[in-house]
Design a binder for this molecule. Structure first.
Ligand code: HEC
Length: 186
């Protein structure tokens, strides 16, 4: 008796399971918890009748900058790099905390090309994936390169090296420079 009840339930479940599959992809069938499939929130790029320009993704208010952003009013030319070297100096001290953070930043963003030792032999270079000649950061020339020039190179890029300013906060850039100075160039 018990067995037949069990079989009936299993057979019913099978029918339900089979019926919930739909071969027609344009009509996916019933939604379970539809609020998860169809978000009530506005998506970044969805139209929006609340704002006068009809967009959800609003531009920043004119004349404002985002939190943690510092104005960096230098162009990309070599002359501008020299000017940054003259005018900017590292505002941070080489404390253990700052060097620790600098090491994290360096390892996350620079090691791939410039290498763990800063000698330009990162794994992207040694594996042949990255084709451009990468510069060493530990030469005497680099030891004499002003902090502000290195900050400029990280922020806006240098030659074929891309800009990293939009992905690394200003103070993390200065911390990476502390790390290069104290741990790699020693
Ligand atoms: C994708 C590879 C790549 C990454 C990642 C990268 N660099 Fe570079 N970097 C280069 C290349 C290539 C050059 C040389 C560009 C040239 O000569 O045109 C360079 C040049 C530089 C220079 C200029 C050297 C000089 O002679 O003044 C500095 C400073 C520098 N990189 C620092 C960094 C730091 C710090 C990071 C991490 C925040 C970093 N780079 C991330 C590839 C990279």
């Amino acid at each position: 008796m018990k067995m037949s009840v069990f079989r009936t339930i299993m057979a019913l479940l099978l029918v339900v399971a089979a019926a919930s599959c739909d071969r027609d992809r344009k009509h996916p069938g019933w939604d379970y918890f539809p609020d998860m499939a169809y978000s009530n929130a506005y998506e970044t790029w969805s139209p929006n009748e609340i704002f006068t320009d009809g967009k959800t993704n609003q531009s920043p208010v004119e004349g404002t900058v985002s939190r943690d952003a510092l104005p960096f009013s230098y162009g990309t030319s070599p002359g501008e790099r020299t000017r940054a070297g003259r005018e900017l100096s590292n505002p941070l001290e080489a404390t253990d905390d700052n060097l620790g953070r600098g090491s994290e930043v360096y390892k996350a963003f620079c090691t791939g090309c410039h290498g763990e030792k800063g000698d330009g032999q990162g794994h992207l270079v040694t594996s042949g994936v990255y084709k451009y000649p990468v510069r060493t950061l530990v030469s005497d020339e680099m030891k004499n390169r002003p902090d502000g020039e290195i900050f400029h190179s990280i922020t806006l890029g240098f030659g074929v090296m891309g800009a990293h300013g939009f992905m690394i906060r200003p103070e993390d850039r200065w911390k990476a420079i502390l790390y290069i100075r104290k741990e790699l160039q020693k």
